[in-house]
Ligand binder design. Structure first.
Ligand SMILES: Nc1ncnc2c1ncn2[C@@H]1O[C@H](COP(=O)(O)OP(=O)(O)OP(=O)(O)O)[C@@H](O)[C@H]1O
Ligand SMILES: [Mg+2]
Ligand SMILES: [Zn+2]
Length: 505
């Protein structure tokens, strides 16, 4: 026996295409060659595999060894092929029965002693393996991740020797099928909306935003609770469905963050710093990895101090805000990552932060204020559905004597009910309706339409803003359990276009 094939999976974007590791043993001077577009880390794998096999007491074939990773045109990186390469060498040299590997797929990196180390992107491999009807063998440290895929036949091991014993039918690995441990539904148990005192307008804006998945911009002086409010948005959003949770976990799994069991079924909350580069935000790298906006998929992207972000960085948000995904092309490689996030942004009213302060602390000139605000481009502002002021609160209103605000649970229940109405009506949140759907589903009586037209003229709103207003009013009506959009709903929606009312350009 001089030839063997072992099946594994690569990672490409969010997919896990199949890879066959072929090993051929030929007569000639002992040497190992790795072919098949393997990058440096994969080439290093032959040294790890050689050490691991020797240290496990196997014989390393003193032959001319050719390792081919097929298909050759698929880029391959990382140590994830170690296990498959080791097994292919063992099978080709007759040290394990090749037939026992049929219907099995393997992923895992090896230590020099043969211990199995976890790999990135085990979740997409697990999904693809299940769809292929194969059994997957992973390092124990990847088991919790792969186990999230229901219907997958999954085995986990800590050491190469355990896998070899299994293949030789000496000691069988146990199927890693135990049900995932239940996790609490809340986003963060230690942050609750009841911590926020006062700020009724901002709390209302947060609730409306959560109900219809609308984006929000909060404007106010320092220390008024903007960051506090933003952090509490995930906790009032409806729970993720199983499918959504898998999407979120898959993105984390292929990213530098990695899969985290304790984040399962929790809405992401990402708050990149304003010095973040466009690549950090949208993703990139020689092997494209998801950026902050994809890590925030199905969750919240918080941009604090919005005007401090580089304008070019903000411009890249326009595409995902419109269509919920981002296309990355880097040299020869391209990737599409989902990026349906809810944007929540915060800013001060002026460079010093105290414009409009009762004690007159602001010394900014009109020109400085205008320049500060113009850093957010009109088209981006146009895509933010709600603008809300978060003014300074009197100190006594913040003390422990002040009544606590309504809890995240109470608000979350109203949000869930309003969202359920939307899903029943149109199978998606209001913010995701396109122009045609908006016209069809957000019908307003002539009197209400007149209200909108007047407001548009007064505020100089674009046609895009018109549809945005309709969707926002629809959400307000949904929170009110109303099938019709009334003048009151529409007035509140118009009220949330704060920055249109105070032209900033
Ligand atoms: N409305 C509020 N209710 C309760 N505590 C508040 C409120 N506003 C501010 N605080 C207190 O002030 C601290 C600062 O609040 P936060 O960081 O949310 O302010 P901010 O508006 O984001 O300010 P900045 O503009 O400086 O970022 C909070 O940790 C909290 O202790
Ligand atoms: Mg803040
Ligand atoms: Zn100022």
């Amino acid at each position: 026996m001089g030839l063997a094939v072992i099946h594994t999976r690569a990672q490409e974007g969010l997919r896990a295409p199949p890879v066959a590791v072929e090993v051929d043993l030929a007569n000639g001077l002992p040497a190992i060659t790795v072919v098949g577009l393997a990058e440096t880390a994969v080439k290093e794998s032959r040294d790890r595999v050689r050490a691991a096999l020797s240290n496990c007491g196997f014989e390393f074939p003193a032959r001319r060894i050719t390792i081919n990773l097929a298909p050759a045109d698929l880029p391959k990186e990382g140590g994830r092929y170690d296990l498959a390469i080791a097994l292919a060498i063992l099978a080709a040299s007759g040290q394990i029965p090749a037939a026992a590997c049929a219907g099995l797929e393997f992923i895992g990196e090896l230590s020099l002693g043969g211990e199995l180390r976890p790999v990135r992107a085990a979740l997409p491999a697990a999904l693809a393996c299940r769809d292929a009807g194969h059994t997957l063998i992973v390092p124990q440290a990847n088991a919790a991740e792969a186990r999230r895929v229901s219907g997958l036949s999954l085995l986990a091991a800590r050491h190469l020797l355990e896998i070899c014993a299994h293949l030789k039918a000496e000691t069988l690995l146990l199927e890693a099928t135990q049900a995932p441990e239940p996790v609490p539904g809340e986003a963060e148990p230690d942050v609750d909306l009841s911590d926020v005192r006062g700020q009724y307008a901002a709390r209302r804006a947060l609730e409306v935003a959560a109900a219809g998945e609308h984006s929000v911009l909060m404007m106010g002086p320092p220390g008024t609770g903007k960051s506090m409010l933003a952090r509490r948005l995930p906790g009032i959003l409806p729970p993720l469905t199983e499918t959504e949770a898998l999407e979120v976990a898959t993105i984390a799994s292929v990213s530098d963050l990695g899969f985290r069991s304790d984040r399962w079924k929790k809405r992401p909350f990402r708050a990149p710093h304003h010095t973040a580069s466009a690549a950090a935000l949208v993703g990139g790298g020689s092997v494209p990895r998801p950026g902050e906006i994809s890590l925030a998929h199905r969750g919240v992207l918080f941009l604090d101090e919005l005007p401090e972000f580089d304008r070019r960085v903000l411009e890249v948000l326009r595409e995902p805000l419109e269509n919920g995904e981002i296309h990355i092309s880097r040299a020869a490689r391209q990737a599409v990552f989902p990026a349906r996030f809810q944007l929540i942004a915060a800013m001060n009213p002026c460079p010093c932060g105290y414009l409009g302060d009762a004690r007159g602390r602001c010394r900014c000139t009109e020109e400085q204020v205008a320049r500060y605000r113009s850093r957010i481009s009109g088209p981006l502002l146009d895509r933010i559905d709600l603008h809300v002021e978060v003014p300074a609160v009197k100190t006594e209103a913040l003390g422990d004597a002040a009544p606590p605000g309504e809890s995240s649970q109470a608000v979350g229940e109203r949000v869930a009910a309003a969202r359920a109405r939307q899903l029943a009506r149109q199978d998606k949140p209001n913010a995701a309706l396109n122009q045609r759907e908006t016209t069809r589903l957000c019908i307003v009586k002539p009197a209400v339409r007149d209200l909108v037209l007047q407001a548009m003229e007064r505020l100089g709103l674009s046609a895009r803003a018109y549809h945005r207003l309709l969707r926002l009013a629809r959400t307000i009506a949904d929170l009110d359990e109303s099938d019709v959009i009334t003048a009151r709903h529409m007035s509140e929606a118009i009220h949330f276009r704060l920055l249109d009312r105070q032209p900033i350009r």
